[in-house]
Design a protein around this ligand. Structure first.
Ligand code: GLA
Length: 387
């Protein structure tokens, strides 16, 4: 063959081969780029006509978390058992209408002040503020229409670790609280089966802020069962005793020798009905705030929940100083949840990371005051595994 022709043919073959191979990698890239790990669907209509959406986040392991921009509510959260089988481990409703009927904060974002403020009032910078009272004489979880009942502005961010960014601007005076509060919460589903929740807020007037999430967990995946066989550990030497309306007395009490000692992993059922303990009587079980022994503001492991039958383990990490462990004592079988399952007494537990309840009225507690120019920033992670 003519050497020039031979060379030309060789170059042509090379170019063709190159074209194919680069075509292949482009195909792969575009395939990866089109793989969607967050998707959006309509959840339902609010009474004022606005539409609420439901975002589905999934990771490569098959873990799925569904979150609505109504209340920033986690409606579905799957986690693997020891055989690698994923099941929903959180309480909630099948439809938006279920949430609108009124539920005890299933999966919702709580603000602007999580937990109770005594008598629904506090004084800040010499001015008295009267809050909406929605829990007997007290204000609970942000008031009558707290952050759990508002529509958040949502921005989904796709990727291997999908994110849902939520924003809500609470007007000055809303539910009695001072200052326009701009709150941003970002949920991120990580590759290691963690759900990271980042809270951030800024105000234009001094106010108080204590944000959390109120997910109810039943790690058995069977919501018709009680959570009494779940084993809990909390790294806390102290908890906050309360009065009969669940307001902290101000004392930081040692857990040592009480049914509040969860430093060693303990079945919830062991001490929950110990009516000799006045605190159990007041809480109708566990409904108290534990103060972490590690007072650093870094992200640290603070609690674990293990369900022996499924082998599911949940670890809680947070930058917050305390956690409300609520054992679902007010669930009473009057709510039908997902799949028509009746949520009976103690069929779910909450681990709400937070600052101490009633801090605005308790000078001995770490401050929850946020001033203009400052930024509220906290992080909590719920991490799932099985053994
Ligand atoms: C919180 C409170 C409980 C109860 C639940 C909702 O966790 O501490 O007392 O009000 O919310 O039912």
């Amino acid at each position: 063959m003519n050497p020039v022709l031979y060379l030309k043919q060789l170059i042509l073959i090379c170019l063709l081969l190159q074209g194919c191979s680069s075509g292949k990698s482009e195909d792969k890239e575009s395939q990866e780029a089109t793989e969607v790990n967050i998707s959006k669907s309509v959840f339902g209509a609010l009474p004022d006509g606005r539409s609420a959406d439901l975002y589905t986040l999934k990771n490569a392991n098959g873990m799925v978390v569904k979150i609505s921009n109504y209340g920033g509510t986690i409606t579905y959260w799957s986690a693997p058992d020891k055989e690698g089988k994923y099941a929903d481990i959180t309480l909630g409703c099948d439809s938006l209408q279920g949430y609108l009927k009124g539920v005890p904060y299933f999966g919702a974002l709580i603000g602007r002040y999580g937990n109770r403020i005594a008598n629904g009032k506090f004084t800040l910078e010499g001015k008295a503020y009267l809050l909406a009272k929605n829990n007997g004489v007290n204000a609970l979880h942000g008031g009558i229409k707290g952050f759990d009942k508002v529509l958040w502005e949502a921005t989904p961010v796709d990727g291997e670790e999908p994110q849902l960014m939520l924003k809500y601007i609470s007007a000055d005076g809303e539910e009695g609280y001072p200052g326009t509060l701009t709150t941003e919460v970002t949920y991120t589903l990580l590759k290691d089966n963690s759900l990271k929740i980042e809270y951030s807020a800024a105000t234009d007037k001094a106010t108080v802020v204590n944000l959390t999430n109120h997910a109810y967990f039943n790690l058995s995946g069977d919501m018709s069962r009680e959570i009494l066989d779940h084993e809990v550990s909390i790294k806390a030497d102290k908890f906050l005793p309360v009065n009969e309306t669940l307001i902290p007395t101000g004392e930081l009490k040692s857990v040592s020798g009480t049914v509040f000692d969860f430093n060693k992993s303990t079945k919830i059922g062991t001490g929950i009905n110990n009516l000799k303990d006045q605190q159990i009587v007041y809480g109708k079980g566990y409904d108290h705030c534990w103060v972490f022994s590690d007072t650093s503001k870094t992200l640290k492991s603070v609690a674990k929940v293990y369900e022996p039958a499924s082998g599911r383990l949940m670890e809680v990490l947070t930058t917050e100083p305390a956690i409300q462990f609520y054992s679902g004592n007010f669930l009473d079988g009057t709510i039908k949840g997902k799949g028509g399952i009746v949520y009976k007494h103690r069929s779910g537990l909450c681990l709400e990371t937070q600052h101490y309840p009633d801090s605005p009225n308790q000078s001995g507690f770490p401050s929850t005051v946020l001033k203009p120019g400052e930024r509220y920033n906290t992080v909590t992670v719920y991490k799932f595994s099985a053994n």
